[in-house]
Design a protein around this ligand. Structure first.
Ligand SMILES: [Zn+2]
Length: 157
């Protein structure tokens, strides 16, 4: 009975298997959730059943995360990287920009048209240049963070 009343805590780590596509090396790793809070966080829910369901979902999410992170980590044996997986992850990092650019571009164009002495065409070109530069910076930053997070969160045993 005492066991049943103990609070379930959100999982922060999970075991996973790294396998290299290039040299077929495989290793057991521990994945640490980079988004987990430092303190233990109890799973809420009115009944034990609901808590267990939430726990299962959290574990599944953690497992998906570990899979994504593992694909961004270089092989400890041959140093190889799963290029298609990395490209895919980079693309995911860039996707949020698709929502921002259509808003940012006309806003900047208007702003430059008002603030700068530029005419409409110049303002539009300036806005395009600034949007392009910012987008590139954000994408590069996002990619660096993605790879950095992945490498920090995977521990080879
Ligand atoms: Zn390898």
């Amino acid at each position: 009975m005492a066991e049943a009343s103990a609070a379930l805590l959100y999982p922060k780590t999970c075991a996973a298997t790294f396998s290299c596509r290039q040299c077929r090396h495989s290793a057991q790793v521990v994945f640490h959730d980079p988004d987990a809070f430092a303190e233990d966080e109890p799973i809420g829910g009115r009944s034990r059943w609901m808590q267990e369901a939430a726990m299962e979902q959290a574990l599944r999410k953690l497992h998906d995360k570990s899979k994504k992170a593992l694909s961004l980590v270089p092989c400890p044996k041959c140093g190889g990287i799963d290029e298609p997986a990395r490209r895919q992850a980079y693309l995911r990092a860039a996707l949020p920009l698709l929502a921002v650019v259509p808003v940012m571009l006309p806003t900047l164009t208007m702003l430059f048209g008002v603030v700068a002495v530029a005419n409409r065409v110049q303002a539009a070109l300036l806005a395009l240049a600034v949007t392009g530069a910012l987008a590139t910076l954000v994408v590069l930053w996002g990619q660096r963070r993605l790879v950095g997070d992945a490498r920090r969160s995977v521990r080879f045993s």
